[in-house]
Design a binder for this molecule. Structure first.
Ligand code: ADP
Ligand code: G6P
Length: 478
């Protein structure tokens, strides 16, 4: 085993580093924030702690040397072009992602992809084994690294191993499709603690252990027989993830962000009502359903620019995976058609931005929006919903939220919608637009309280404390 120069008591292992390497045409390298909720949440946890973060830089080829960024110690794991195709694009994002999101698109099962996944998981496990101090806590994240817990236990039986699932965990009926289901479950059972977004996800996992592997479960625990006859107990429970609520609210309250929010409304033509969607461009997010409902409201003459406009910000995501290429085409055709049919000179019906923005711009967009549309067909949590209510310190705005998000469990005072039901979605959007301002304020106040009470620090403390009781105060399950 290679011995790292410095070893850490806390090691986070995630497929991606919190920053992506970006190289321009002249070969200059810079780093920008990586996309997605995992990074949003874990970045705020790690800035406060002296731990290492192991992950991929987002580029093929050699990994850069370990470096510090924003107070975090980052250790890159290299992935070759083949490994990106097999482990990341293939098994992670064409097999597991759709399977774990209710098969919204059909998962594809390829043996070569699983081989790549296995190899890359082994590399991450080795990197964690090399960096962890004796008795350290190693916190593994998400569906891309489900084999790491068992591989790491083999290499370093002295460390505490936690794994957190940022996405849903499917029902046994769906999970049973996976040809490598046994390997995945055995991989996860190498952990001491498995965290899920919702109670239902943890229960799905426990049922999978019982029904597919014949293991015995009791309450939140699974008993795992060891080769030597010894037994281990693995816990599986819900720890709903959150955001750095106080930090984001502080940002939203700055005069610069408030000024920018006013400027955004002005640039949009000072409409009476601004609707907003903010997502990674992913088929799980229900963007097509949202656009269809909005287009029908325009066709019905219920809404019309310049009185009402929709801003859809869609971060580029997984751009070489077929389902994402198709989604982008469908979204862009719909936006083009709606603007052709209903836009006016200087007033498009939909402002579509296929771009990423910084935190301040996001906060300003949230503050500028009268109605936030969060309409996933399935989503582990959805941090955008929590960010929106956090930024609304003015208690203004309204949140339309899909019942198929983890966030709906906490934000039940949102205008809850069922995105598959386009008629119902249209009614919910109208309800949110027309609601009595006092009712909207009451809803917003209650949702803001929920997010403040369960912020990302509390989430991380409760997970780490359940994993290793000497770590800090106990605040959550189990
Ligand atoms: P997911 O993890 O599936 O992408 P979440 O809603 O949980 O979904 O998290 C998305 C995160 O990415 C949020 O922190 C959100 O602010 C951020 N984000 C989404 N779209 C953009 C964008 N266009 N520019 C910058 N950040 C974005
Ligand atoms: C979700 C997943 C993360 C992933 C992120 C961005 O948040 O839970 O694991 O990192 O999406 O996706 P990407 O494929 O770009 O890493």
């Amino acid at each position: 085993m290679a011995v790292a120069e410095h070893r850490y008591d806390l090691v986070v292992v995630a497929n991606r580093l919190p920053v992506d390497r970006v190289q321009d045409n002249e070969g200059n390298v810079s780093w920008s924030k990586s996309p997605g909720g995992l990074v949003t949440a874990m970045e705020s946890v790690m800035i406060d702690r002296d731990g290492a973060w192991i992950g991929w830089s987002g580029d093929p080829g050699e990994a850069p040397e370990p470096f510090d960024e924003n107070g975090m110690h980052l250790h890159a794991v290299p992935l070759s072009q083949d490994e990106i195709e097999n482990h990341y694009e293939g098994f992670s994002n064409e097999t597991l992602w759709p399977l774990y999101h209710d098969v919204i698109v059909p998962p594809r099962y390829r043996r070569r992809w699983f081989e790549g996944y296995h190899e890359v998981n082994q590399r991450f496990a080795q990197a964690a084994a090399d960096l962890a101090a004796p008795g350290a806590t190693v916190w593994v994240h998400d569906y891309q690294l489900q084999l790491v817990p068992a591989m790491l236990r083999e290499l370093r039986p002295d460390v505490q191993i936690g794994w957190f699932d940022h996405i849903p965990f499917p029902s046994v009926e769906l999970f049973a499709q996976l040809p490598w289901r046994r390997q995945v479950i055995e991989g996860l059972l190498g952990a001491d603690l498995l965290g899920f977004q919702r109670r239902a996800d943890a229960e799905n996992f426990l049922r999978v252990c019982r029904q597919l592997l014949g293991l015995s479960t009791r309450g939140h625990t699974v008993t795992v027989p060891g080769a030597d006859g010894a037994e281990r107990v693995v816990r599986a429970a819900a720890f709903p993830i959150s955001i750095d609520a106080s930090g984001l609210e502080e940002l939203a309250r700055t005069p610069e962000v408030q000024e920018r929010a006013k400027q955004i409304r002005h640039d949009l033509g000072d409409p009476r009502q601004v609707l907003l969607g903010v997502d990674r461009l992913d088929y799980t997010k229900g963007i097509r359903h949202r656009l269809k409902a909005y287009e029908e409201l325009l066709t019905d003459g219920v809404l019309a620019p310049p009185d009402t406009v929709l801003v859809q910000v869609a971060t580029p995501s997984r751009e070489r995976v077929t389902a994402y290429i198709e989604l982008r085409e469908q979204v862009e055709v719909t936006v083009g058609r709606a603007n052709g049919d209903f836009g006016q000179l200087g007033s498009p019906a939909i402002h579509y931005l296929h771009q990423s923005h910084g935190r301040s711009e996001m906060a300003a967009l949230y503050l500028a929006a009268d109605v936030m549309l969060v309409t996933p067909l399935r989503d582990g949590m959805n941090l955008v919903a929590k960010e929106y209510v956090t930024c609304r310190f003015d208690e203004g705005g309204a949140l339309v939220l899909s019942e198929f998000t983890g966030a709906a469990g906490e934000l039940d005072r949102a205008f809850i919608c069922t995105p598959h039901d386009i008629g119902g979605l249209k009614r919910t959007i109208r309800e949110a637009l027309d609601a009595d301002p006092r009712d909207k304020r009451r809803r917003m106040r209650s949702m803001r309280r929920r997010v403040r009470e369960n912020d990302v620090r509390r989430w991380a403390d409760s997970f780490l404390c359940a994993l290793n009781p000497s770590e800090g105060r106990a605040t959550g399950e189990p």
